[in-house]
Design a protein around this ligand. Structure first.
Ligand code: TXA
Ligand code: MG
Length: 320
């Protein structure tokens, strides 16, 4: 059952309560409806990926009621502050470095050291975000591969029964997603065109680079890429060598001293929630102990297992 809530006091309070308990709530923004979950709760974020049936972990945008709240989790620079003053609340997403002590779960940013943040320009969304008082991760509220929803009815077509509630705040005014700008490097890079035009942005901060141009000048290693452990990863391990750390899924196989359990009872949603913490921890601890690699036990290629395997295959792929 998916509750249909309306943006009156009770409806906002109910939506906020659901989000704070880890449930998923779709809500309208000025761009498209977002599929919201508590960004600090890895299990809630894993359920976002499961509800969308996403075949991989794309990094998600964190939504905040104010720029001040957003800048608690990421480190703004002068350009980011100028853009926030000019365009927030509004359809602009900024990718910035996570702060030390950032509350947002690693899975929300697909394990990256950066985080996409935005303050949406919709009064109901802002009331909801203020009531939740935590960052809310929200990709567009559609199943993977379908178009982004701009009404609560669209959301229900794809996600009815898969999410706790939808907050119906009417049709979205903008109808296209937010503009995504990477502000982590020396020059801003446009990652996705969207609701705020390039001309408007350049009017405030000067020239920005389109992604294609940026790729040509920078080495791919400097572009936002997925976190890869320094230790090599070996897939489909049925046993571990003495000098390997083990990423376990279900009862651990023989051989390893250093073990991180993704899910004791082999549940893919639990495992997804723990994957990024597990890889980071095994990598750091394994290097500290002088181990030579990480052996990853097999995870079934179904449901979120697909996204987990996609991530593990990238971690195991040969690197430049
Ligand atoms: O308008 C919007 O932005 C909507 C509403 C709900 O806010 N949300 C949305 O989310 O479109 P989603 O997940 O469909 O798109 C997020 C975009 C993706 O292109 C993703 O790759 C990029 O933001 N992104 C997120 N975090 C990133 C990061 N750390 N580095 C680079 N790109 C990132
Ligand atoms: Mg989308």
């Amino acid at each position: 059952m998916t509750e249909i809530l309306f943006p009156v006091e009770d409806g906002i309070a109910r939506a906020a309560e659901l989000l704070r308990t880890g449930a998923l709530v779709a809500f309208g923004t000025e761009t498209v409806y977002g599929l919201g979950g508590d960004a600090t709760n890895a299990a809630a974020v894993a359920r976002i990926f499961a509800a969308k049936v996403r075949p991989r972990f794309n990094p998600l945008i964190c939504h905040y009621p104010t720029a001040e709240a957003a800048f608690v989790d990421v480190e703004p620079n002068d350009v980011a502050r100028a853009l926030a003053a000019a365009f927030w609340p509004g359809p602009l997403t900024m990718v910035l470095p996570r702060r030390a002590g950032c509350r947002v779960a690693l899975i929300t940013g697909a394990g990256l050291d950066t985080l996409a943040v935005r303050v949406p320009a919709h009064p109901d969304a802002l009331r909801l975000l203020a009531a939740v008082n935590r960052p809310v991760a929200a990709p567009s509220a559609n199943r993977s591969g379908q178009v982004s929803p701009t009404t609560a009815a669209h959301v229900l077509e794809g996600l009815r029964g898969r999410i706790a509630a939808v907050l119906d705040s009417g049709p979205c005014a903008v109808g296209v997603e937010s503009t995504v700008l990477d502000l982590c490097g020396a020059r801003p890079i446009l990652l996705r065109p969207g609701g705020v035009t390039v001309e408007a942005i350049e009017g405030v901060i000067g020239p920005i680079e389109p992604l294609v141009a940026a790729r040509a000048i920078r080495s791919p290693g400097q572009l936002p890429s997925h976190y890869a452990p320094s230790l090599p990863v070996r897939l489909d391990a049925v046993s571990a060598a003495a000098d390997e750390a083990l990423l376990a899924f279900g009862p651990p196989c023989e051989g390893a001293d250093l073990v991180y359990q993704l899910s004791e009872y082999a549940d893919v949603i639990d495992a997804a929630a723990r994957l990024f913490d597990g890889l980071r921890w095994l990598d750091a601890e394994g290097q500290r102990r002088g181990l030579r690699g990480i052996a990853a036990m097999p995870v079934p290629e179904s449901g979120l297992g697909r996204a987990i395997n996609d991530r593990l295959r990238r971690a195991a792929a040969p690197r430049d």
